[in-house]
Design a protein around this ligand. Sequence first.
Ligand code: MLT
Length: 433
Amino acid sequence: MNHTNTNPTAELLLDGARYSLPILIGSEGERTIDIRQLLDTTGYTVLDNGFKNSASCTSRITYLDGNKGILRYRGYAIEDLAENCTFVEVAYLLLHDELPNQKELDDFRTLLADFALLHEDMIHFFDHFPASAAPMSILSVMVNSLVNFYPEMSNNPCENIDIIACRLISKIRAIAAFSYKMSIGEPLIYPRHDLTYVGNFLNMMFDRPVRPYTVQPEVERALNKLLILHADHEQNCSTSAVRLVGSSGGSLYTSISAGINALAGPLHGGANEAVIHMLEDIHADNNDYMKYINKAKDKNDPFRLSGFGHRVYRTYDPRGTIIREACDEILKTLDLQDPLLEIAKNLEEIVLNDSHFVKRNLYPNVDFYSGIIYRALGIPTTMFTVMFALGRLPGWIAQWKEMHEDKSTKIYRPRQLYIGSTYRPFIPMEERG
Ligand code: MLT
């Protein structure tokens, strides 16, 4: 399918000259002005801090409409995938552009199982992290180290990519679970071939020699859904970091490690932890959520609500809607009460109706309710962003692979508008004031 129609143009009048810039139209009708020849033909660059107005690439992986609250992976609605698939199915879809048939899925699962173990030498790395080490820091170090243990990244970055992708998707589970076990001083639990991808992760996290863990189907279902909802999100900050490092020829492991570090930021993947800390603070403050609503509205108060708003969505983040419903389901199934959920719902109700927030297009995003489910599953707050990374990994890999397969890809090297000192003669030390 040709997704780019170059017929329409944007006319630019510059210094008395007229330039016709092609307008490209995506498969969902999105339009972008093609400025790839702008500097060479006009001598001008464009300034776009944070790239809010810029498309960094064309992509066939994820489509989202921020005004309509639409999110699709490879054309499939996130609602359908979250309801009907396992995370492994969706990972396959993102990597291969098609939902797997049963044989393809079975083969994919077999590869994931075969790659589940971590090299024993890597396990000793955990002995040398301080107990206070941040799980996302451990994750990025360990993923980056994989290139030393599995150096098969050849000159062709995409050679063996399916094998490398399975290895990484499988091993990141063990890295995450082992870092948790080490942080609480419990023995490591190894992966097992008789468990599913998500079941294995839960077992590695919660099984204990003194009390065997049983993977509950409802818990496994809830975590599959959460990982699916986090699996990709077009050119967000961490995906752009993965593409940027990959564009220099960096290996998949080093590119993913860069993505993990970008995701760790409190303005990105770290927001799910920030939401729980905010809800815990309100709970500790006699559940006085109105006090925090008023603080958020006070321009002289630095406090802002975590888990609301998004760079792209100007309405509900469709993932937030699905997670909110899943919260009620999993708490009811596990017969749990979480006072933080009631606080969250009260905050949402006010934010959706108070003009101060409504005019700022503040809606719950994917991070607002996800922590409630992680808590219900027994996952500690310190691991929430790690869970985001586990979910996002297939999307990062698919984007990295797409970038390398795109013949128009160039090394990411933005320009700037220089506003510093103009030329000035050198001042010897003895003449400096
Ligand atoms: C994500 O899923 O990556 C977050 O919503 C952030 C984003 O898309 O910018």
